[in-house]
Design a protein around this ligand. Structure first.
Ligand SMILES: NC(=O)c1ccc[n+]([C@@H]2O[C@H](COP(=O)([O-])OP(=O)(O)OC[C@H]3O[C@@H](n4cnc5c(N)ncnc54)[C@H](OP(=O)(O)O)[C@@H]3O)[C@@H](O)[C@H]2O)c1
Length: 280
């Protein structure tokens, strides 16, 4: 199968390219410098030239806090470009994968969110991703919209690296305890996205790590597993004060039988930390 990956230089994109190559797909990896997904003629031209069987659209505006003051910028990449990529894929008969986020939910539930739950984003970022889900679906019937959450991977700035950096310079760190979700290793998610392409389970999927925890519990586990001696203090989101509101509870589970289920977040963390040791 020939797979074209947009945003291939990003955190998830890098692991998607690796996962697709591992199963011997022919991969066309296009980072932002190779293809700007907001440039409609360029996207059409790239897809017509490559004629892939599937497009995994990992290009995104992911600055959650900056998006609060940049609705237009977030909508351009996450929604308008999602339409461009999805329509261009449809026009060459390619399927399209659109990674999305738990931030489409308001977090008012106290049990896991499933695909049939109604989204209600609290932030501009969440709003732009929900719009992108809808644009992707409307432009191409052979779409997989995959909501995941709290990603960490080797190719990007992420919470694990932030904690490890803070832990080497400080004796204690302050982390929020009132947001609960599923920290998901991009290595696991990337494999799942590639695996979805083996079947025709189109539509909406919730694919995040098994288990759940707060950022506070996640930080504790990171230091424990990495053997870093740093005390984790907890605070509320209000005390921490970020520009974009986050859902207090955004655990994702699937009610589908034809989806891909991921290992526990603690296994994802172990794999991530082992890879980090090897790379060092
Ligand atoms: N990170 C998370 O916790 C999380 C959670 C749930 C879902 N997701 C979703 O997962 C996907 C991948 O996220 P990620 O964490 O891998 O983000 P990322 O590391 O920021 O990757 C996004 C990539 O898209 C590129 N990009 C931005 N604008 C572009 C444009 N106009 N044309 C082409 N490429 C463009 C970025 O390039 P530059 O770096 O040069 O801007 C970056 O390489 C996104 O759809 C995101 O919404 C992420």
């Amino acid at each position: 199968m020939k797979v074209l990956v947009t945003g291939a230089g990003g955190m998830l994109g890098t692991d998607v390219v690796r996962a697709a190559r591992l199963v011997n797909h022919e991969v066309v990896a296009l980072a932002r410098a190779d293809l700007d997904v907001t440039d409609e003629p360029a996207v059409r031209e790239a897809l017509e030239a490559e004629r892939p069987d599937a497009v995994i659209n990992c290009a995104a505006y992911t600055a959650v806090d900056a998006a609060e003051d940049d609705l237009e910028g977030a909508m351009l990449v996450n929604a308008e470009a999602a339409r461009i990529v999805s329509a261009a894929a449809a026009s060459v008969g390619a399927r399209v994968v659109y990674p999305s986020t738990d931030y489409v939910f308001d977090g008012s539930k106290s049990e896991p969110y499933v695909e049939s739950d109604s989204p209600r984003p609290l932030s501009v970022y969440g709003q732009s991703k929900l719009a992108g889900e809808r644009e992707t679906a409307a432009a191409n019937p052979t779409h997989y919209v995959v909501r995941s959450s709290w990603l960490f991977g080797a190719a990007g700035r992420n919470f694990v690296e932030t904690m490890l950096a803070l832990g080497t310079d400080h004796r204690e760190v302050l982390v929020v305890r009132d947001q609960v979700g599923c920290p998901t290793w991009t290595g696991h998610l990337a494999e799942a996205l590639v695996r979805l392409l083996d079947g025709e389970a189109y539509g909406l999927h919730h694919i995040a790590a098994d288990g759940e925890c707060s950022w506070y519990e996640f930080a504790q586990r990171i230091f424990e597993q990495a053997g870093v001696d740093c005390r984790v203090m907890s605070c509320t989101s209000d005390e921490f004060g970020r520009p974009a509101p986050r859902p207090p509870y955004s655990v994702l589970r699937s009610e589908r039988e034809d989806t891909v289920f991921l290992p526990h977040w603690r296994d994802g963390l172990s794999s991530y930390l082992s890879g980090r040791m090897v790379a060092a």
